[in-house]
Structure formats: structure tokens, C-alpha cells
Write a protein that binds this ligand. Structure first.
Ligand SMILES: [Zn+2]
Length: 246
């Protein structure tokens, strides 16, 4: 008599390459992150949007979404699209935690420049155990922000999300502090480092050149001209205007 198997049978990419100690495959983790990313842009997440984001065929996305729904990680209503369930959201935030802790560690402890850590973190986030991540976070003193200014979710999978406007949205004359920059474009990050624009840098918007032209700013006493596509990835917190001065 053979022992009864009660391991659920899964197939295809959902079961492939099981990563770390969560038992989730790399593909599942990438889907959860992509769905969260698209959800944050505000609209319902369609299968075709997901296929485009993940560079996969709509048929394979449909299969995986069905699989994720069966595991309770997403809710999928035909015609309304895909949404993360509470459990899916928590899982996505834990992956983001791993990503951001790894980025912080690579910069703070291993001397990486900030343009080079995203690609490493994209790979390592699927492989690092919870113990490794917590040791890295502990070695850094449990930072709340990663080096790009993005908040690090807690180990329980919670995140206080702050939303700041892009630099492109500020009027001339506005003072602001850089809070966050998009982490995924290496060339832009290198250029921002050359300009000295990091989270925490104070600046003043001097002028928007007309017809979608550059944005002139002053930071650390130096004038700089930024293209709209660069200013778009810089999130800033406008300084509260002092009413008495106005
Ligand atoms: Zn990153």
C-alpha cells in the first residue's frame, strides 16, 4: 500500500523554479509584483495589460491568472480584470521588501552605486531567504526607506505609502525636497547622481520652458536644466508655503 499523496498537483510555470522558503515560484512572484504595479496606476488590470507588462503571451497570462485565483492570491472577474486579494497584496509587499532591503544592503555595505542595484535585486529577491533579508535589514538598522527613497514594507507585509508629485508638476517658484526617484532606469540614475539629485536634496523650480521644453531648477546653488522625461521620475515634496511671507 502506498502512502496517499496530498501535495496539490500544479503544472507549468507556477510550479517551476520554486524559490526560497515561501514555496512560490519566481513566475508567481513576478506576476504578483506586476499586478500590484498596474493596480497602482489606477485602472482595472486586464489580461492584455499584464501580458504586455510581463512580455508573455495572453494565453499564458490567462492560465497563470486562473492558477493565482485558485490559490486565493487574486480575484479575477471577467470584464473587470484582476485584483490582488489581501493575501496576494501581502505576498507582493514581502517581495518588494526583499527587493528594497537588498538594494539598501548592496549600496550601504557592498559599495554598489545606486544605478546598479536594481538589476541585482530583481534576481536576488526571488532567492533570498527570510532569514537573510532580516539579517541584512538588521545590519542596516532596519531602514524605513531604500536608497531611491522608496518605503520598505514591514516584515509583516505592510506599507505606509506616501505619494509625491513628480517634479514636472511643480510651478515655477516652488521650493521642494526630492523624496523618491524611480529605481529601474540605470542611465537616468547615473545622470541624477552626476547632477547631485538624491532623496533629501532641496531645490527650487526656476522655470518651465514652453512647449514641453526643459525644466530649469536650482539645487545647492547651481542651476540645472532637466528634460521632462528625467523630471518625470523625480518625486518631490513641495515645501509648505509660509503664509506670513506670502
Ligand atoms: Zn529596484
Amino acid at each position: 500500500m502506498t502512502a496517499k499523496r496530498d501535495t496539490p498537483v500544479t503544472s507549468g510555470e507556477a510550479a517551476a523554479e520554486t524559490s526560497r522558503d515561501s514555496g512560490r515560484s519566481r513566475a508567481v512572484e513576478d506576476y504578483l509584483k506586476a499586478i500590484r504595479h498596474l493596480q497602482r496606476q489606477g485602472s482595472a488590470v486586464s489580461t492584455s495589460a499584464l501580458a504586455q507588462e510581463l512580455e508573455r503571451s495572453p494565453a499564458s497570462v490567462t492560465n497563470m491568472v486562473k492558477n493565482l485565483a485558485e490559490r486565493g492570491l487574486v480575484d479575477h472577474e471577467p470584464y473587470y480584470g484582476v485584483r490582488l486579494s489581501a493575501e496576494g497584496e501581502r505576498e507582493a509587499l514581502l517581495i518588494i521588501r526583499r527587493h528594497r532591503v537588498i538594494e539598501a544592503y548592496l549600496i550601504e555595505r557592498l559599495g554598489y552605486s545606486w544605478d546598479r542595484v536594481h538589476a541585482e535585486a530583481e534576481r536576488l529577491e526571488h532567492a533570498a531567504s527570510e532569514e537573510l533579508i532580516e539579517r541584512m535589514a538588521g545590519a542596516l538598522g532596519h531602514p524605513e526607506l531604500d536608497p531611491h527613497g522608496s518605503p520598505i514594507p514591514t516584515r509583516e507585509g505592510r506599507l505606509d505609502e506616501r505619494r509625491f508629485p513628480a517634479l514636472t508638476q511643480l510651478k515655477a517658484g516652488t521650493q521642494a525636497v526630492v523624496r523618491e526617484v524611480s529605481d529601474s532606469d540605470e542611465e537616468r540614475l547615473r545622470y541624477l547622481a552626476d547632477l547631485g539629485l538624491y532623496p533629501g536634496t532641496e531645490l527650487v523650480v526656476l522655470e518651465h520652458e514652453p512647449f514641453g521644453g526643459s525644466i530649469r531648477i536650482e539645487a545647492a546653488g547651481v542651476e540645472k536644466s532637466l528634460s521632462p522625461s528625467l523630471a518625470e521620475i523625480i518625486m518631490v515634496e513641495p515645501r509648505a508655503v509660509d503664509k506670513e511671507e506670502a
